[in-house]
Write a protein that binds this ligand. Structure first.
Ligand SMILES: [Zn+2]
Length: 479
C-alpha cells in the first residue's frame, strides 16, 4: 500500500486580499505535496478560507453587505491563487460550508461530552486583528504588537469556556517528540508556553454583539438576545478534520488523519497547543506535525499600506510569472525564520539565477542537442538517483537547502560546457563531442526532475524540450 500524506495550510481570513506571507505558506505546502506525490506517496492537500468572526463581520458591515454575501465575493481572490501560484491542492474548504458547520457543532458536542466546556462571566482585552485575547504581558505600549494600529476591544460577557488547563500534561508529553513542531525554536516556545500553565479560553460570543459565527449546539431554544455563537478559532480549527470527512465519512477520515500542518509563527500556539488540546478532548489523535514559517518583512520593516512597502504576490506573478515567485519564496526566503523581501533583491535574483543561470543553461544545452540531434536519439532519460542531500532537505522542509543542491548541478553543467567546449569538439571529434552533449542533456533532465516541486511549469517545459529535441522559447525573459 502507498504511504499516505495529508497536508494542509492554515485558512486565511477573507477580509483582506491574499498577502505574501500566505503565498509563502501555500507554496511551501504545495512543494511538499508535489515532492511526496513524485516520491510515490498518496497525497491529500487541503487549503481554504476562514469566513467567520468579528473581523469579517465588521468588514461586511462597513461595506453594507451581508457577511455571507461578502465572503462569497472575497473568496474569489483566494480561489484564484490556485492558478496564480499553480497550487496542486485537492480540496478548498470554506468554513461557511454546510458540512464544516455541522462538523464544528459535532466537535463542540464531543468536547462538551468530555466535560471540557463550561460557562463563565469574564472580562478581557481582545485584538480583532488576531481574533485572540491578549494578556497584559503580550501587549506592547498597551497594543497588540502584530496590529499596533488597532484599538483593543474590551469583552465583558458570559461565554462558554474550554478546559485548556486540563491538557497541560498531555501537551507537554506531545512536545517530547522532537519532530512534532518544527523548527526546534518554535517547539521550545510552545513547550515553555504550556509548561507555565494553561488558561482556559473562551470559545463563544454573545450573538447579540457578534452574530457571525456557527450556532452553539443546544442554544436554539434560548431567546435570540442570549444566544451564543462559536468563537471563530474553535470553528476554524475543526476544518482540518472536516476537510477529510469527519464525522460523517469516517473511513475517509481514518484514511488520511493525522495531518502535516503548515502555519506562520503567529499561529504556533493556536495550532500546536489549542488545537491539539481540542483534538484530545474530542477523542481524536493529535496532528502528525506542525511546520512553522516566519514573517516576511520588506526593507527591514513590517509591511503596511502607509509605509508603502507592501509586496503583492499577484502583481509579481503577473509581471514575472508564477515560477519566478515560487522560486524566490522557496530559495531566498528562509523556510523557518523571518526573511526580508524587496523588489530589488527579487529582480536581481530573477535576472541572475533564472534568466541568466537556469535559462541560459537550458538554451546552451538544447541548442547543441538540436543541432547535433542528440536528445532525439535518447530512448529514455531517467534519473539515476536523487541526491541524498536533496532528499533529506525535502523531507525536513528545508526547501532552500534542496534548491542549493539543484544550483550546484546547474553550476557544474555550466562549468562542464566552459571547460570542454563540446560545440567546438564536436567539429573535430564528433563522437567525443556528442558524448559530452548527451551527458549534459542527462544532467539537464536531472535538474528538471529536481525542480518539479519548486517550479512545475519550468520543469515541464525543460522535459518537453528534451523529449522533442528542440530549443525552447526563453523560459525567463530578462527584466
Ligand atoms: Zn493582533
Amino acid at each position: 500500500m502507498k504511504e499516505r500524506i495529508y497536508i494542509t495550510t492554515t485558512l486565511p481570513y477573507v477580509n483582506a486580499d491574499p498577502h505574501i506571507g500566505f503565498a509563502l505558506e501555500a507554496v511551501q505546502a504545495d512543494a511538499c505535496a508535489r515532492w511526496h506525490r513524485g516520491s510515490g506517496r498518496e497525497v491529500f492537500f487541503n487549503t481554504g478560507t476562514d469566513e467567520h468572526g468579528q473581523k469579517i463581520w465588521k468588514k461586511a458591515q462597513e461595506l453594507g453587505k451581508d457577511p455571507q454575501e461578502y465572503s462569497n465575493e472575497a473568496v474569489i481572490h483566494f480561489e484564484a491563487l490556485k492558478g496564480k501560484l499553480n497550487l496542486s491542492y485537492d480540496n478548498f474548504i470554506r468554513t461557511t460550508g454546510h458540512a464544516h458547520v455541522a462538523a464544528a457543532q459535532e466537535f463542540w458536542r464531543r468536547c462538551d461530552k468530555s466535560g471540557d466546556i463550561y460557562k463563565k462571566k469574564y472580562q478581557l482585552k481582545y485584538c480583532v486583528g488576531c481574533e485572540l485575547e491578549k494578556s497584559a504581558s503580550e501587549l506592547v505600549g498597551g497594543r497588540c504588537p502584530i496590529h499596533p494600529h488597532m484599538e483593543l476591544e474590551l469583552i465583558d460577557e458570559e461565554n462558554y469556556f474550554f478546559k485548556f488547563s486540563k491538557y497541560q500534561d498531555q501537551l507537554l508529553e506531545l512536545y517530547k517528540n522532537d519532530d512534532f513542531v518544527l523548527p526546534e525554536s518554535r517547539r521550545n516556545e510552545v513547550r515553555n508556553f504550556a509548561s507555565q500553565g494553561l488558561n482556559d479560553f473562551s470559545i463563544s460570543r454573545l450573538a447579540e454583539k457578534m452574530p457571525w459565527g456557527i450556532a452553539v449546539p443546544g442554544e436554539e431554544a434560548i431567546l435570540p438576545a442570549g444566544r451564543q455563537v462559536m468563537y471563530v478559532w474553535f470553528d476554524a480549527l475543526v476544518n482540518y478534520v472536516s476537510a477529510i470527512g469527519w464525522p460523517e465519512r469516517m473511513e475517509e477520515f481514518e484514511k488520511w488523519w493525522p495531518v502535516i500542518q503548515f502555519a506562520g509563527k503567529d499561529n504556533t500556539r493556536q495550532q500546536a497547543a489549542m488545537w491539539q488540546a481540542m483534538l484530545l478532548s474530542a477523542g481524536l489523535s493529535p496532528s502528525r506535525q506542525i511546520v512553522i514559517h516566519g514573517f516576511i518583512t520588506s526593507g527591514g520593516a513590517k509591511m503596511s499600506k502607509s509605509a508603502g512597502n507592501v509586496i503583492d504576490p499577484i502583481a509579481i506573478v503577473d509581471e514575472y510569472g508564477t515560477d519566478a515567485l515560487r522560486y524566490y519564496l522557496l530559495s531566498a526566503v528562509s523556510p523557518f525564520e523571518d526573511s526580508d523581501f524587496t523588489m530589488e533583491k527579487f529582480k536581481e535574483s530573477y535576472n541572475g539565477n533564472l534568466a541568466n543561470g537556469l535559462g541560459n543553461l537550458v538554451s546552451r544545452i538544447m541548442k547543441m542537442s538540436e543541432v547535433y540531434q542528440v536528445s532525439s536519439q535518447l530512448t529514455e532519460v531517467r534519473l539515476q538517483s536523487i541526491p541524498p542531500e536533496y532528499q533529506c532537505a525535502m523531507e525536513s522542509y528545508r526547501y532552500n537547502d534542496a534548491m542549493d543542491v539543484i544550483w550546484e548541478n546547474i553550476r557544474d553543467a555550466d562549468l562542464r560546457i566552459t571547460e570542454t567546449e563540446p560545440f567546438k569538439l564536436v567539429k573535430t571529434d564528433a563522437e567525443a563531442g556528442k558524448k559530452i552533449i548527451t551527458e549534459l542533456v542527462h544532467a539537464l533532465a536531472e535538474i528538471a526532475y529536481l525542480l518539479t516541486p519548486f517550479m512545475p511549469s519550468t520543469a515541464e517545459a525543460i522535459q518537453n524540450a528534451i523529449k522533442e529535441n528542440r530549443l525552447p522559447s526563453p523560459l525567463f525573459v530578462r527584466k
